[in-house]
Write a protein that binds this ligand. Structure first.
Ligand SMILES: [Zn+2]
Length: 440
């Protein structure tokens, strides 16, 4: 196969579709306000569904409100040709960027449209996941978590937005039924595999001028709320040597978190204190109580727990030297996800064919792929975003990068859709025999 040309990509149609969707929920400053399950999110889902019907695809919404777009292949229903799944999301953070989520959805959708030009044996299904961002309900990746049984309808009642609407009610309002996903779950489990494209949301590809990032692991966050308690006192009357200042103790913890993150950077740890509240803080009070929110991420469970243990040791030293009480409470403890090597291999092969530069990398941010990986062989790849800026209206992706992503998605899809299972089995058998001979 030769490199896919720009003409083949039908670039004008792609841009028109992307811009039509990106206009929905765009605010006056050009930022995106398309919160999960909200009005604009729903309008975007409807427009994409219309586009899909027009393209001749089948469309349905599942019990979680995820949109399913299917293009049937010649061997649809033949267990030797299970369907290949693609997916990403269309909701955004408040005042977010145009490309986070939508770019992956559009790329998958257009790769499916371009299949007009090639024989398609396998069925392709695009899943547009709902509420990937945690901004509205303080709960991320709701659509994919429900599919993977990592959430139930009952649990969704506890996640409430600022207007008091629960995630459960938001889904019911749209006609969904979050516990009724059995058939969809089975469809994913029986599939050939899943592929997501996303913008990197970090600076690595941009800095290294690399076209594609092929993700091997998705890091999982460990999150804590740390309560530091001392004694509130009069800032004028309380002498320095009599103080139990909770904020200066918290400051030491913040620096310890940063130090540990730097110490373990080579082992892919990042550690952040992103929020610090001084309870009843005022300029004339020695702080008596502080709450810190800590987010520690890595790709190896053992390394994460080593860092957490060290943080605990540092905190008890700080507590005794400053006469404070320090209480960490776990908010979440997720497991890092290793993605599928064989699926990644398809991406590598097609990068080489299309002369795209690539590197293997890990993802610090969470994605819907984490939950698809619980159900089927899954792959995730990134395209660079300018300066690594994301979750911000300044988010930008160069046309070249968009085209590279589409090129890779399309040619990978063509490869997988035309795979002959019999040939693949024979090839695997041949590889096995050659390997055996080599070791005899
Ligand atoms: Zn995203």
């Amino acid at each position: 196969m030769r490199r896919v040309s720009l003409q083949q990509l039908n670039w004008e149609q792609y841009q028109a579709d992307f811009n039509a969707l990106a206009a929905i929920g765009q605010n006056a400053e050009g930022g995106m306000d398309r919160l999960g399950y909200g009005e604009a999110d729903q309008a975007a889902h409807k427009l994409l569904a219309d586009m899909a019907v027009e393209a001749g695809f089948e469309v349905k919404w599942d019990g979680a409100g995820n949109l399913w777009i299917t293009r049937r292949g010649e061997e649809d229903g033949n267990p030797d040709f299970p369907p290949i799944l693609l997916g990403s999301h269309m909701d955004t953070v408040p005042n977010g960027g145009k490309y986070d989520g939508l770019l992956g959805v559009m790329t998958a959708f257009h790769a499916m449209r371009l299949l007009d030009r090639v024989p398609q044996r396998r069925t392709v299904t695009l899943i547009v996941f709902r509420c990937e961002e945690s901004s509205r309900f303080n709960c991320a990746t709701i659509g994919s978590k429900l599919l993977a049984e990592q959430l139930t309808g009952e649990m969704l009642k506890r996640y409430v937005d600022k207007d008091g609407i629960s995630a459960y009610d938001a889904i019911r309002e749209l006609g969904g039924s979050p516990d009724n996903l059995y058939l969809e779950r089975q469809y994913i489990k029986d599939s050939f595999g899943f592929i997501e494209m996303h913008i990197e949301q970090g600076p690595v590809l941009n800095d290294r001028r690399t076209d594609i990032g092929i993700v091997s692991h998705i890091a999982a966050p460990h999150r804590f709320r740390i309560t530091v308690e001392g004694a509130a006192a009069h800032s004028g009357a309380c002498p320095m040597d009599a103080r139990q200042d909770a904020l200066t103790g918290a400051a030491e913890i913040i620096l310890a978190v940063e130090r540990l993150g730097r110490q373990y950077a080579e082992k892919r740890i990042v550690a952040t204190v992103g929020k610090c509240d001084v309870v009843n803080g005022a300029m004339n009070i020695v702080p008596g109580k502080v709450e810190l929110y800590v987010d520690i991420r890595g790709i190896d469970r053992e390394v994460i727990s080593e860092v957490v243990t060290k943080l605990h040791q540092e905190m008890s030293a700080i507590a005794s030297s400053r006469n404070l009480r320090i209480d960490p409470a776990i908010l979440s403890q997720e497991t890092p996800v290793k993605l599928d090597d064989d699926m990644a291999e398809f991406l590598v092969e097609q990068c080489l064919k299309n002369m795209l530069t690539f590197l293997h990398m890990t993802s610090g941010a969470g994605h819907d792929t984490m939950y698809m990986a619980k159900l089927t062989r899954s792959a995730l790849f990134f395209v660079p975003c300018e300066k690594g800026i994301s979750h911000n209206k300044e988010e930008a992706v160069a046309d070249d990068a968009v085209q590279n992503g589409l090129r890779l998605m399309f040619s990978t899809l063509v490869r997988i859709c035309t795979l002959d299972p019999q040939e693949e089995r024979e090839k695997a058998e041949m590889d096995r025999m050659l390997l055996e001979e080599a070791y005899q």
